[in-house]
Design a protein around this ligand. Sequence first.
Ligand SMILES: Nc1nc2c(c(=O)[nH]1)N[C@H]1C(S)=C(S)[C@@H](COP(=O)(O)O)O[C@H]1N2
Ligand SMILES: [Mo]
Length: 438
Amino acid sequence: MLNRNSTRENADEGAEVHRADHSFSSGASRRLVLGGSLAALGVAFGALPRLAVVTPAAAQGTSASGASTGPQPFDFPGKDKGLILLGDRPLVAETPESLLDDDTTPISKFFIRNNGQLPDEVDDMEAWQLRVDGEVDTPLILTLAELKSKFTQHTFRMVLECGGNGRSFFQPAARGNQWKNGGAGCAEWTGVRMADVLQACGLKSSAKFTGHFGADPHLSGDTERAAISRGMPIEKALEPHSLIVWAMNGEPLPHIHGGPLRLLVPGWPASLSSKWLNRILVRATPHDGQGMGGTSYRIPTVPLIPGSNVDGKTNFADMTSMPVRSIITAPANGTRLPVSARQVSIRGAAWAGDHEVTKVEVSIDAGERWHSMALAKPRNRYDWVRWTGDIKLPSEGYFEIWARATDSRGVAQPHVATNWNPQGYGSNPLHRIAILAG
Ligand SMILES: Nc1nc2c(c(=O)[nH]1)N[C@H]1C(S)=C(S)[C@@H](COP(=O)(O)O)O[C@H]1N2
Ligand SMILES: [Mo]
């Protein structure tokens, strides 16, 4: 349906930074997708009525050729029509930044990422089985009912973020779904600790890595191949926030999000958070499943010339913590304010993988001056930080709002995507939106 590998709004290969793709829309009947030049904007403004209906530019479907196709309503049961379809086979959809404005991301707005086909839905969720085997004293098969009754339950609000989030900001384009910043959400997850379950099986001294398996068939239908099967060092599995979960925002985990049972491994690429989880294999050596090795979920340890054709066998390392990121969730990109508006309240969210967010700043003059935003206290580790603040516009006219977060190591978001890699991981440039007073 959409070209997954090359969709980029307002694509302009010559631009040295990604733009805050902007459009000031006068409503569904009339839609303008603007390029970057102020001359183009000047023309477009004249054509608009004074108070336009607000449409986030992220909802604009624009093909790689630049032709506007208008927003494509996302049509999936229980999901908000404002999600952006990035691919329909496998089904992948992201959340526009402006739809991530809730403290807890509702299920209806939570992004979807599948690598294979959807497995069949089961009638009896409580009978779902998880096998734990490999480098353990006692391999176990546990039903969901047993997980619930035999282990202590925990609920944490935590960010789940695709390893490729932000990929569309790489230049040249990297392979894969062209995410903006919406391959992430922050929900309340309820389950039991991976650590408690692994320890119930008795970890051998040779237990150094995990391998995760789900019930979804490979996209090709080949039953010999897994849709995806990733794994990690055992230390990550033993963290108190690494959970085996069956509920999301207090509801049974929806099928599309891996129900009845999934992993939730916060801070690291979401590909580790196996959906439809049916097996955890404890290993002495790194897992070698689908999505491990080569350039999959791996980033260069020696910077590459952007666009290089490499196989990832040398000077690459598995991605661990996701990088720091902030998003502006209000106003929406493309918001048109009354001509007299000078005070603008801004809201957003920020998170930083394994690290903490210590600062969020906003600029309306392309980074000449930065203004600190107020940070809300996260509920628990791996929760995102909601932030708020007011900015004063010096005049009517066109402004870009830029937001950047800094993590507890003092690492801030860069202005552009850095450390280019073939599959486009770890892209976290500051978020830019455009507003118009007038
Ligand atoms: N079994 C299985 N688990 C999976 C995947 C998958 O395709 N199959 N996709 C992974 C990836 S790449 C991501 S980003 C997250 C997406 O989770 P969500 O669809 O609940 O948002 O699930 C992960 N777990
Ligand atoms: Mo992902």
